[in-house]
Design a protein around this ligand. Structure first.
Ligand code: F0G
Length: 461
């Protein structure tokens, strides 16, 4: 197996990470009730729990931070950020927020009304939570291939199913669909991209019925790279030409800058609608901070202004997407079942196929997360029965999700390909011994079901 796209950077500052023993890790797992969110980061060797806020910043970002203007109103850092965002998004109005979920909140407050539906490919938890609090019902309409971890290759598994969308508009009436949200890439089903054609068609269908379209743009550059690589007609377009076209089909975009912003904190609410912008300003002032900082420090806005540009660099993206594919290929070579093709920000292992003898109510993907930590000190995250499971509102009967995966999220510019080899070897070994593993029992779930994965406690069966 040849890996041609090595890291397009060299390392000038290092952060030590610690190797620990299996016995220590077994003890820490037990103390954490088999929930890796409760393990101290210093006891993790390779941390793949998220790709959010964990990027390594470049020398240009660090030097930009020294120019941070910390004025309360009208700071020059904001204007530098605004210019960079306008360049990448092609939209005029920019409201910073402290992170993505704050932008989600503002967006939900503006668009969601009680009794209405919010259509999406797969809504991210924080928007879903906000929508539900506001009395709207989020519905996930990713195409069937995107909801089945065993489905064959499809270049754009993040696409929205237009037929399902049209059907809901018809049965509920367009006035009862408050918003359509396209998440690029689709985090919940493997970091799978959405095609330009799908974004355009979703936007046309929504537009015909007067329904606003929002793009959740956390991983906008990764999505644009997939369009450039996979969609006919885009092979000669630049990443920024593609991002601008993507956003030309929506009214508003929200972004967790902690992903493709290549920074450790920050969010954005971007719109072309001045009235929406003015509403967002008011909400930001109450909840985030004044319009020109919205919960961010001047220096963090400067780092983001530079990071957004770096994320659109084709050499960086080739390396970035290549790294996820490299890990995917190593895992496949060991027979480990993953969602294919590999997505943008990590590799998603299919928990059902990995542990076919562990039923979903015994949390196969969570068992795998614990096995991987125990074996190699690698921390991944469950996106399956625990994170996405729900309960029938009337009977209380559990409802199990279609997707049952373990996500190995790859931080940007942080781990080398040797780290990925450690992960692949450990998982390969666990897979060979898969028959020896039993399931788990959920013993604590906390008061809010939708958030139980953060605080849940388990016992080994
Ligand atoms: N939208 C998407 C698609 C996300 O993946 C996230 C965060 C958010 C919004 C919220 O942004 O964290 O800045 O408030 N995803 C992280 C993850 C937490 O691990 O996937 P935030």
């Amino acid at each position: 197996m040849k890996y041609m796209t090595a890291e397009p950077f060299r390392i000038k500052m290092v952060e030590p990470i610690k190797k620990t023993t299996k016995e220590q890790r077994q003890q820490w797992l037990k103390e954490a009730q088999y929930n890796v969110f409760k393990i101290r980061a210093e006891n993790v060797y390779i941390d793949c729990i998220t790709d959010s806020g964990t990027s390594a910043m470049s020398q240009n970002q660090w030097s930009a931070m020294f120019q941070g203007d910390e004025s309360y109103a009208g700071c020059s850092s904001f204007y530098r950020l605004q210019e960079s965002v306008q360049d990448v998004f092609g939209m005029p109005f920019v409201q910073p927020t402290h992170q993505g979920r704050a932008a989600d909140y503002i967006m939900a407050k503006i668009y969601c009304r009680p009794g209405t539906y919010a259509i999406g490919n797969m809504h991210f938890d924080t928007f879903r939570g906000n929508a539900e609090i506001l009395g709207a019902t989020p519905v996930d309409y990713a195409i069937d291939e995107g909801q089945d971890p065993t489905s064959d290759y499809h270049p754009f598994k993040g696409n929205i199913d237009l037929e399902k969308m049209e059907q809901l508009i018809k049965t509920k009436g367009p006035e009862n669909i408050c918003v359509v949200i396209i998440t690029v890439t689709c985090n919940n089903n493997g970091g799978q991209p959405v095609s330009m054609q799908n974004i355009r068609e979703v936007s046309e269908l929504a537009g015909k019925h007067g329904i606003p379209v929002v793009i959740d743009a956390a991983r906008l550059a990764e999505n644009a790279y997939f369009i450039q690589q996979r969609e006919p007609g885009y092979e000669n377009k630049s990443i920024k030409e593609i991002t601008r076209e993507m956003f030309s089909y929506c009214e508003t975009a929200t972004m967790s800058s902690k992903k493709d912003g290549l920074v450790n904190i920050g969010g954005l609410f971007v719109t072309r609608n001045e009235d929406v912008y003015l509403q967002a300003n008011q909400l930001a002032i109450v909840h985030e901070g004044f319009i020109t900082y919205g919960g961010m420090s001047g220096r963090d806005m400067d780092a983001l202004a530079v990071g957004l540009q770096e994320a659109c660099d084709p050499q960086y993206l080739e390396y970035r997407i290549g790294q996820a594919k490299y890990l995917g290929d190593l895992l496949k070579a060991r027979g480990v079942p993953i969602i294919e093709p590999t997505g943008g920000h990590g590799v998603y292992v299919d928990g059902r196929r990995f542990f076919p003898h562990i039923p979903q109510h015994e949390f196969p993907s969570q068992r795998l997360v614990c096995a991987l930590y125990e074996e190699a000190g690698v921390r991944a995250v469950e996106l399956g029965a625990c994170a996405f499971g729900s309960k029938d509102k009337e009977t209380g009967e559990p409802i199990w999700p279609k997707l049952e995966t373990m996500r190995i999220a790859l931080s940007r510019r942080v781990y080398t390909n040797s780290h990925l080899e450690v992960i692949a070897n450990a998982l390969g070994d666990i897979y060979e011994n898969r028959d020896q593993y039993r399931g788990m029992k959920l013993v604590y779930e906390g008061p809010i079901l939708a958030l139980r994965h953060f605080t849940a406690g388990f016992e080994l069966l």
